[in-house]
Design a protein around this ligand. Structure first.
Ligand code: SF4
Length: 328
C-alpha cells in the first residue's frame, strides 16, 4: 500500500450496521481506503469497558459487523481490517501510556460522565472505563496514524490522543506523530422515532433490511407533529423524516414538490415519504446483495489476514517504544 497518510479508525462490535453507522463512518472509510494507508479495527476490548458484565454477543457481533463492512465496500486488498484483541501489543502500549497519563485528563473527558448517566444500571466506575481514552490512544498511536477519521462527537478523544503522544515524546523522544482529526461531513441520521438512530433505541434502518422492511419502517417514521390531520400544513425544517432522509436522498425537483406540498397541506406525509423510500431501497440494494453472498468464514479469513498485517506494524512499533522507554 503506497499512501500519503496513515488512517486508523475503529468501531465497537455492534452487530448489523444501520444507516446511521453507514453515513457516519463506513462510507468515509470506503472513500479513504482508495488514497491512504488505512487500518480499520473491531474495538472488542472497548466493548468490554461498558459491557463487561454481559459480553456474550461480542464474538458474533464482530463477524456480523465485518461482513457489513465488506458489503459496504471495504476492500481487504486496500486496507487492514483487524480485531483489536488479536493484537496484544495494544494492551502493552496501553499499559505503558497509562504510566504517564494524569488521571485528571481522563476525568475531564466529556463522554466519561455523560455515559455514566446515560447507561443506567451499569456500574461504570471502573478503571477500564475511566482509562478507555488511553486504550484508544494506544490503538491509534500503534500505527503512527497521521489522521483519524471521526464524527464531531469523537473529536475530543483524538485531542486526548494528541496530548498523550506529546507527553510520551516529551519524555522519551519523537516516537509518535500527533494525529490530526479528520472530521467527516456526515448528515445527521435520525431513527424512525426522531431520536438519534441507534440499535438500542430500536429505531434503526439496517443495511440488510429487505425493501418491504425499509418501507414499513420509514412509512411509520415520525414527521412534523403539526401534521395531525392530512389538512394540517407542516414545515419540512421541523420534520425528522425530511431532515434525515428526504434531504439526503431526494432530487431537487422532488424536494421542491415535497416542501410546497407540506407547507400547503397539498400532500400527505405518506405520499411524501413514498417518493423518498425507493431512493433508500435503491442505495441499499447492492450492499444487501453483496452481503447475501458473504459467509462468516469470509469475515474470519479477512480478519486473519488483517490481524497479520496489523501485527507486523505493531511488533515494529513496540520494539521502538520499548527501546525509547529503556525496556529493550
Ligand atoms: S409532508 Fe413530508 S416533509 Fe412534511 S411533515 Fe410530512 S413527511 Fe415531513
Amino acid at each position: 500500500m503506497t499512501a500519503s497518510r496513515v488512517m486508523v479508525s475503529g468501531a465497537r462490535p455492534t452487530g448489523r450496521l444501520h444507516l446511521g453507522n453507514y453515513h457516519g463512518a463506513i462510507r468515509h472509510w470506503v472513500a479513504l481506503q482508495a488514497e491512504h494507508r488505512c487500518f480499520f479495527f473491531v474495538a472488542d476490548w472497548h466493548a468490554l469497558t461498558t459491557d463487561y458484565a454481559s459480553p456474550g454477543a461480542i464474538g458474533e457481533n464482530t463477524l456480523e459487523m465485518v461482513l457489513d463492512w465488506l458489503a459496504c465496500g471495504l476492500d481487504p486488498a486496500r486496507c487492514a481490517i483487524f480485531q483489536q484483541s488479536a493484537i496484544k501489543e495494544h494492551a502493552e502500549l496501553y499499559l505503558l501510556l497509562s504510566m504517564l497519563v494524569p488521571v485528571p485528563w481522563l476525568e475531564r473527558n466529556p463522554t466519561y460522565k455523560e455515559q455514566q448517566t446515560q447507561l443506567d444500571g451499569r456500574d461504570l466506575s471502573t478503571v477500564g472505563f475511566l482509562s478507555y481514552p488511553v486504550l484508544q490512544a494506544a490503538d491509534i498511536l500503534m500505527y503512527k496514524a497521521t489522521a483519524v477519521p471521526v464524527g464531531i462527537d469523537q473529536a475530543p478523544h483524538v485531542e486526548i490522543t494528541r496530548e498523550i503522544a506529546r507527553r510520551f515524546n516529551g519524555f522519551f523522544g519523537d516516537v509518535f506523530p500527533e494525529p490530526a482529526t479528520l472530521l467527516a461531513e456526515s448528515p445527521k441520521i435520525l431513527g424512525t422515532d426522531g431520536r438519534k438512530m441507534s440499535k438500542s433505541y430500536d429505531n434503526a434502518v439496517y443495511l440488510t433490511d429487505p425493501p418491504a422492511e425499509i418501507d414499513r419502517k420509514l412509512s411509520r417514521m415520525v414527521t412534523d407533529t403539526r401534521r395531525q390531520r392530512r389538512s394540517d400544513p407542516g414545515e419540512p425544517a421541523d420534520c425528522p423524516a425530511y431532515q434525515s432522509f428526504h434531504r439526503l436522498y431526494c432530487t431537487p425537483e422532488e424536494l421542491r414538490w415535497q416542501e410546497q406540498g407540506c407547507r400547503t397541506a397539498g400532500i400527505g406525509c405518506l405520499e411524501c415519504k413514498k417518493v423518498m423510500i425507493p431512493h433508500v431501497v435503491a442505495e441499499l440494494a447492492p450492499i444487501r446483495e453483496r452481503r447475501a453472498r458473504l459467509t462468516p468464514d469470509d469475515a474470519r479469513r479477512v480478519l486473519a489476514e488483517g490481524n497479520a498485517a496489523a501485527r507486523r506494524v505493531a511488533v515494529e512499533t513496540m520494539a521502538e517504544v520499548r527501546r525509547a522507554v529503556g525496556l529493550a
